[in-house]
Ligand binder design. Sequence first.
Ligand code: SAM
Length: 246
Amino acid sequence: MGYDLSVFRSELSKYDLSLSEEQEKQFIRYYELLISWNEKINLTAITEFEDVLIKHFADSASIGSMDSFRKIYEEKESVSLIDVGTGAGFPGIPIKILFPKVHLTLLDSLHKRVKFLDEVVSELGLSDVKTVHGRAEDFGKDPSFREQYDFVVSRAVANLAVLSELCTPFCKVGGSFISYKGDHGAEELADAKRALGLLGCEVREEKDFTLSDEEFHRYLFDIYKVKPTDKKYPRPAGTPQKKPLV
Ligand code: SAM
């Protein structure tokens, strides 16, 4: 079957990104695996090809608009990035396909989704990708993960005050947590300001944009790690959600 990737190419061109033949094949194979595994396990409610191109692939790729990410990606030989609550691999897998120098860790608390990701990594021939099954609250305390990453990314996992406690412990000092948010991004950011201060972070860059001709309102926040996160964070599994740092 022929696939038309023109809407995806047009979104990517906004960030001066293009697709090689190999990258195009990887995205198509990823789509096929997503659809076939989605019949057995719950991965996504979005299944039409063009919808996946925009709402999953192009949305994930929007990190390409962040100056801090592009600058560090250009400068460094390799860039470490963890996707917290990655689910079916968003935004981590599209980022890895588009930015191959990234050393990627995909973390999710649902084992079946991690199995799917193992298959995607193997079928797409991706190198320097590690999949991890577990909770962010636990791995954020593990010395081999804590403060080890240049970038932490996360989409659709929790509101920003909660998510910041789950994500920022993974960030190196001088690294960033890049949060992908929808319509309520601005309010969430306002509500998370105190939490960010407690976690040793500050907002460095904010993007407010739309995908696909104004159809979908999106925000990206670059939350910069200024100093080490206090050892008491993240609190034990479940506590960040029950008692957010607001
Ligand atoms: N990031 C993906 C996306 O944007 O399509 C998946 C979003 S899905 C709504 C949320 C995912 O976060 C689920 O796969 C869930 O298992 C995972 N998750 C939720 N809380 C988590 C935690 N504390 N630690 C690790 N993973 C978590």
